[in-house]
Design a protein around this ligand. Structure first.
Ligand code: TRP
Length: 325
């Protein structure tokens, strides 16, 4: 039986951090055996909140793709860049006739973003963000879309657009299902969500010394002031990192923290060493690709070719169904 198809994407944010890894990338790697996976860089989406982001897209795309390869995304699978497949733009246009503005304004993810951006003036393309996402997904007739919770409303809109297209023009698109990434939301060094804009992140590519420096600044249990004070691991960010990257020692660390035997400085040094070791193979693979940029180019070129083939076939079907285009 043919494998079911997965499609997922990320906006180009440059070098990725541990939050991106725990929240999405680790899952992408795992899904590769079971599914036919298409992974792409949503670079047009990056413009919806800041059109000037265009100038950083190329470098950020390159750095992000290297991180994908470094964590073990299989280069045999199509890895490609949205803006190189112009069909996405055409399908987006066609889909934009199949949904109302009222429906798009009800999108909770959009509301949240607009609140965060602190602006009255929403960009037209931002309202259509999920419509472009629907084009990304349906172009490849993906069956399953692995995303974080915040993206689930966009997959729901995708399903509605697929239904509307099929009703209007005839059966072309399957309705994809959402696969929520088992949300191990990793806290940042300060306890807020790990993110570039919060400046509380550890990069997959950070060298050991840098990781050590960053972990040293991490917020721990505020009640553990002196080394021998009993700690509360369940409110400590460093303990969360141990759970993720150093699971074997977790029972011992809990015991020694709670009893006051283990001080935060030692605990942090140990944690940094474990994170560094965990990502050592990733750093090695990254440095391989950094030294062989031509290999990365080849991977992206062949990914584009595979994506294009599917996109052209889908657009043929779309044109025939619409008797237009
Ligand atoms: N909106 C997604 C995000 O910010 C990125 C994205 C764009 C995407 N198109 C997609 C994800 C299609 C899955 C499928 O994370």
């Amino acid at each position: 039986m043919a494998k079911k198809r997965i499609l997922s994407g990320m906006r180009p944010s440059g070098r990725l951090h541990l939050g991106n890894y725990a929240g999405a990338l680790e899952n992408w790697v795992k899904l590769q055996d079971e599914f036919d996976c298409f992974y792409f860089v949503a670079d047009w989406h990056a413009l919806t909140t800041n059109p000037a982001a265009a100038f950083e897209v190329e470098e950020n795309t390159y750095n992000m793709i290297i991180d994908w390869l470094a964590v073990g995304i299989n280069p045999e699978n199509p890895i490609f860049i949205q803006s190189k497949v112009k069909e996405h733009a055409e399908l987006h246009l066609i889909f934009s006739m199949l949904i109302t503005t009222a429906r798009l304004e009800r999108n909770p993810t959009l509301k949240e973003q607009v609140r965060d951006l602190n602006t009255e003036n929403m960009i037209y393309g931002h309202l259509g963000y999920p419509v472009l996402q629907a084009a990304d997904i349906l172009m490849y007739k993906a069956n399953v879309v692995p995303v974080g919770e915040d993206q689930a409303p966009h997959v729901e809109i995708t399903r509605e657009i697929a239904r509307k297209f099929n009703q209007t023009y005839g059966e072309v698109f399957p309705e994809p299902e959402t696969r929520l990434t088992t949300f191990s939301r990793l806290p940042g060094l300060d306890g807020r969500k790990m993110g570039k804009s919060n400046n509380n992140f550890i990069l997959l590519s950070d060298p050991e010394e840098e990781i050590r420096k960053k972990v040293r600044t991490a917020v721990t249990d505020p009640q553990k002031v002196r080394r021998n004070d009993p700690g509360h691991p369940d409110v400590c960010n460093v303990f969360t990192y141990h759970q993720k990257f150093n699971p074997d020692e977790v029972p011992q660390i809990r015991k020694d923290c709670e009893s006051g035997v283990l001080g935060c400085v030692d605990c942090k040094n140990n944690c940094a060493a474990k994170i560094a070791a965990y990502f050592e193979p990733v750093r090695e693979r990254r440095s391989h690709y950094e030294q062989h940029p031509d290999e990365v180019q080849d991977i992206v070129r062949s990914g584009l070719k595979k994506a294009k083939t599917v996109a052209e076939a889908t657009m043929d079907e779309v044109h025939r169904a619409m008797r237009m285009g």
